[in-house]
Design a protein around this ligand. Sequence first.
Ligand code: NI
Length: 174
Amino acid sequence: MYEKIDVAKLHLEHYPAPILRKVAEPVVEIDDTIAALVDLMWDVMFEADGVGLAAPQVGVSLRIFIVSVTGRREDGQVFINPELSNLQGVSETEEGCLSVPGVRSKVRRAGACTVKALDLDGNTFVLEAADLSATAVQHENDHLDGKLFIDRLTTVGRIACRRGLKQLEREYSG
Ligand code: NI
């Protein structure tokens, strides 16, 4: 199904790459290519000391993300075709993004949420996420809708991040 994706050629995409702004497609079959893609995503995420990564960040517009809030593989979870619900409370956490290097800012999100998704075996699971886990899930899920944390900054945060974003625009455009 997805054999056209050349996993060996994938690499981390940086803002302002257009792929980061696309709404990703649902996964229709979890085949060997999807498994290889997820393996590559873990490698990319751990190499960059991240706690989450979404498939569009390696140039694949599919609804998949991975999260490990401890930064350890054994604590990691794969979310395929995730659906968020029961967004509750408010939490303001400093966020960054592997695709937006050098830029960090506080972002206001729900403090807890429920996420329903498929794992790599195609089994549905439901996770009640809170605190750091809820922040990570919402941040990664945003990637699947073409949204970045820099879209959710306060006015003060936007001013603070402006220089860093301009620099990335110069470095990674075209
Ligand atoms: Ni991100």
